[in-house]
Design a protein around this ligand. Structure first.
Ligand SMILES: Cc1ncc(COP(=O)(O)O)c(C=O)c1O
Length: 364
C-alpha cells in the first residue's frame, strides 16, 4: 500500500467553477472574490472577510491594519510554521516568543505574561494542528494590557471554541488555503476575518496596492489579492468543509482508540464539548520518532515532521536574534518527538487500519 501524507480534492464541480470565473468575470477582483469573502465571513460568524494571496499575506496585513508599528513587539509561539513569526518582521516589528503548553501544543498564557512589555502591541496565537489555543486566557491578557489579538487560524478552518469558530475569537483571524489545508483553492490563497469595519476596510486597501480609488493611493499597500479562479474553487471547497472536518474527526477518533497505550506514544490533545478541533494534522509524539518514521515509510506510509525546528532555532532566527537551544524547552521537545501520520477526508478505512497496524507492529 502507498499512502501519501495529503490528498487534495479537486473535482469537476470545482473545475467548472474555475472555468466559469475565467470566462465570465474580469480577471482581477471579479465577483467570485467578493462572493467567497461573503461566504467565508458568514461561515466564521464575523461581519467581514478580506481575501489575500496567501495566509502569510493575511497575517502581515492583519498586523499592519491592527496598528502594529516599527519598534513594537508581537508575541507568538516558537512551535509553528515559520510564517507565524516572519509576518511580525514583515510588519517591521520584533517577534517575541512565549513557549507552548505541551498539553495542547499552543502558546501558554502564563508564558505570554512573562514576556509582555511596554513595547508589546499584539499577541499572535496559532491554533496548531487545528487545536484552538487558550483564547479566553489570551484575550484576558490582551484586555488587561491593551493589546490586539491576531489569530493564526491557518491550520484551523472550522474548529470550534466554546461554540464560536476560530477566526472569530480575536480582533482578526487569518487563514491559509495552501493545498495541504482543510480547505484550499488549488493555489496560494488566504483570508482575514474580523468584526471591525475599519480594519476590514484598511485590509482591503492594503491588499490592493493601498488604493483609495483607481489611481489614488493613501497608504503604502501591496499586490496581495486573491485570484478569481482560486476564489471560485474556494467557494465550492467551503461548502464541503464541515463534511470533510467531520470525517477528519472520525479518523482521529479511530486513531485515538486504536493507538492509546501503544509503545510510548503520546496522542494529540482531545477535544471536548467546548473545544472541537479541526484535526488539520494528526501528530503523535514518541522518543523513537525517527525510527518509527523510517519504519512507516518503508511500509509505504508517508509521514511528516511539523516541525523539524522550532522557529527560534531556524538558522535565520539564530543569525538575526542570537537564539540558543533550551530557550523554549517545550517547543523544542515537541520538535524532537513529533510525527504526523496521514489524516484527510478521502483516506479509506482500509488505509487507516493499515497505518495503525504498522504503528503497532513497530512497538511490538
Ligand atoms: C500556522 C501557519 N501560519 C501561516 C501559514 C502561512 O500560510 P501560507 O502558506 O498560505 O502563506 C501556514 C501555512 O502554510 C501555517 O500553517
Amino acid at each position: 500500500m502507498v499512502i501519501p501524507l495529503g490528498r487534495p480534492i479537486f473535482d469537476e464541480e470545482m473545475e467548472k467553477a474555475a472555468l466559469d470565473a475565467l470566462h465570465k468575470e474580469r480577471f482581477i477582483l471579479g465577483e467570485s472574490v467578493f462572493e467567497f469573502e461573503e461566504d467565508f465571513a458568514k461561515y466564521c460568524g464575523t461581519d467581514y472577510a478580506v481575501s489575500t494571496s496567501s495566509g502569510t499575506e493575511a497575517l502581515r496585513i492583519a498586523l499592519i491594519a491592527a496598528g502594529v508599528e516599527p519598534g513594537q513587539d508581537a508575541v507568538t509561539t516558537p512551535a509553528s510554521f515559520i510564517a507565524s513569526a516572519n509576518v511580525i518582521i514583515h510588519a517591521q516589528a520584533q517577534p517575541v516568543f512565549a513557549d507552548i503548553d505541551l498539553e495542547t501544543y499552543t502558546i501558554s498564557p502564563k508564558q505570554i505574561e512573562k514576556v509582555v512589555s511596554a513595547k508589546t502591541k499584539a499577541i499572535l496565537p496559532v491554533h496548531l494542528y487545528g487545536f484552538p489555543a487558550d483564547m479566553d486566557a489570551i484575550n484576558l491578557i490582551a484586555d488587561r494590557q491593551r493589546l490586539v489579538v491576531v489569530e493564526d487560524a491557518c491550520q484551523a478552518h472550522g474548529a470550534l471554541y466554546h461554540g464560536k469558530k476560530t477566526g472569530s475569537l480575536g480582533l482578526i483571524g487569518c487563514f491559509s488555503f495552501y493545498p495541504s489545508k482543510n480547505m484550499m483553492v488549488c493555489g496560494d490563497g488566504g483570508m482575514l476575518t474580523t468584526n471591525d469595519e475599519k480594519i476590514a476596510r484598511q485590509a482591503a486597501k492594503l491588499r490592493d496596492c493601498g488604493r483609495k480609488s483607481q489611481y489614488v493611493h493613501d497608504v503604502i499597500g501591496y499586490t496581495s489579492r486573491l485570484n478569481n479562479v482560486n476564489a471560485a474553487i474556494g467557494r465550492i471547497q467551503l461548502k464541503r468543509l464541515d463534511g470533510w472536518n467531520a470525517i477528519r474527526r472520525q479518523v482521529a477518533e479511530f486513531y485515538d482508540q486504536t493507538l492509546e497505550g501503544v509503545g510510548d506514544l503520546i496522542l494529540p490533545p482531545k477535544g471536548s464539548a467546548d473545544i472541537i478541533p479541526a484535526y488539520h494534522l494528526y501528530v503523535v509524539r514518541t522518543k523513537y520518532r525517527d525510527g518509527l518514521k523510517t519504519w512507516l515509510e518503508s511500509q509505504g506510509i508517508s509521514c511528516g515532521i511539523h516541525y523539524v525546528l522550532p522557529i527560534h532555532l531556524q538558522p535565520i532566527y539564530q543569525e538575526m536574534f542570537g537564539f540558543k537551544e533550551n530557550s523554549y524547552p517545550a517547543a523544542e521537545e515537541l520538535c524532537r518527538t513529533c510525527l504526523t501520520i496521514p489524516i484527510y477526508p478521502n483516506i479509506s478505512k482500509e488505509e487507516i487500519v493499515y497505518i495503525t497496524e504498522k504503528v503497532k507492529s513497530y512497538f511490538l
